[in-house]
Design a protein around this ligand. Structure first.
Ligand code: NAD
Ligand code: UDP
Length: 320
């Protein structure tokens, strides 16, 4: 693989999830051996089915919040294990905090023992409901520490602090990436996030459930672009934190309309209660990623959405 680090063998925690499984695929395509460690809490072995039987890939079903080891040499540890959708982390608050705290410590310990580079998949949620727009890495955020999103936001903020401490106190070679909303094939239709929910509703002719008046914004990035950014950061020298996201910003109502149009659906739009502490604005400033990683998204929204809708259509057809 290109970059300052040559990756011969990588460990991907959370590798059976949405983003993690695409990352495993890409690492294998680029010639790295991959050990995927996942307890299948919100992921599925189906996501890495395409790699089963590949001698360069293994799936270890294990909870990274308990100490774990991976025999043999490892050059890179990519730590993605954590529930990620509001629906999932609301159902699993303790598991989410444990994945951010114990899981991150265990993954960092593994990297330290192996002399491997470590990447933390953090999130734009560290910015909370932002008072600075667009969000730059120098912004410290506006997070409610006891609100309904706190288990996720504070777990990731703690994970960032722990990663920083292992870098400064123990000399582990680390990088923090802050992922913004990512979408694409292998999202679960029922994970509650806006893109899979709207696509599933539009394909079924059901009303699209827009929260509040839909003026809140998000900036959504196609998963292949996110994976390219993760690998660029993993193999570079920069410690981050670095934002990875698509700076094209859309209102949620606008997103619902675009999805409905691209699905060719006549579904109505209905307005439902807005979740407490739902961030009002989100757009990444990606100047740092452009400068230090030479990375920026390449897939435009309509194309990425069309590929995602196609995948969901085939999933629905296969389910009968
Ligand atoms: P996902 O739920 O599809 O994947 C998470 C994976 O982690 C799942 O396979 C799950 O089973 C696994 N996991 C959870 N707890 C675990 C544990 N204790 N031990 C082992 N495995 C465990 O979510 P995703 O969207 O693919 O997100 C992946 C990572 O990227 C997460 O860390 C998330 O915080 C981060 N992220 C994602 C987005 C996004 O828009 N998808 C945005 C920001 C950050
Ligand atoms: N959202 C919505 N309808 C849904 C699901 C989500 O209007 O059925 C809204 C949600 O309130 C938020 C935005 O879409 O304002 C993005 O939500 P998502 O869960 O996808 O991501 P996150 O809140 O983590 O950015």
């Amino acid at each position: 693989m290109a970059g300052a680090l040559t990756v011969r063998r990588a460990v991907v925690t959370g590798g059976a999830g949405f983003v993690g499984s695409h990352l495993c695929d890409r690492l294998r395509e680029e010639g790295a051996q991959v050990v995927c460690v996942d307890n299948l809490l919100t992921g599925s072995a189906d996501n890495v089915r395409g790699l089963s039987g590949d001698p360069g890939f293994s799936l270890e079903v294990r909870d990274v919040s308990e100490p774990f080891d991976v025999p043999g040499p490892v050059d890179l540890v990519l730590h993605l294990a954590s529930p990620a959708s509001p629906h999932d982390y609301t159902r699993h608050p303790i598991e989410t905090l444990r994945a951010g705290a114990h899981g991150t410590a265990n993954a960092l310990d593994l990297a330290q023992r192996k002399g491997a580079r470590f990447l933390l998949a953090s999130t734009s949620e560290v910015y909370g409901d932002p008072l600075v727009h667009p969000q730059t890495e120098s912004y410290w955020g506006n997070v409610n520490p006891v609100g309904p999103r706190s288990q996720y936001d504070e777990a990731k903020r703690f994970a960032e602090a722990l990663t920083t401490a292992y870098r400064t106190a123990r000399g582990v070679d680390t990088v923090i990436v802050r992922l913004f909303n990512t979408y694409g094939p292998r999202m679960r239709p029922t994970d509650g996030r806006a893109v899979p929910t709207f696509i599933t509703q539009a394909l079924a002719g059901l009303p699209l459930t827009v929260a509040g008046d839909g003026t809140q914004t998000r900036s959504v990035c196609y998963v292949e672009d996110t994976v390219s950014g993760i690998l660029a950061a993993a193999t570079a020298r920069h410690p981050g934190p670095v934002n990875l996201g698509n700076p094209v910003e859309l209102s949620i109502l606008g997103l619902a309309h675009r999805i409905r149009d691209l699905c060719g659906s006549a579904s109505p739009i209905v307005f439902v209660e807005r979740p407490v502490d739902d961030p009002g604005l989100r757009r990444p400033d990606i100047a740092l990623a452009r400068a230090v990683l030479g990375w920026e998204p390449a897939v435009d929204f309509d194309k990425g959405l069309a590929m995602t809708i196609d995948w969901f259509s085939r999933l629905t057809a296969a389910a009968g």
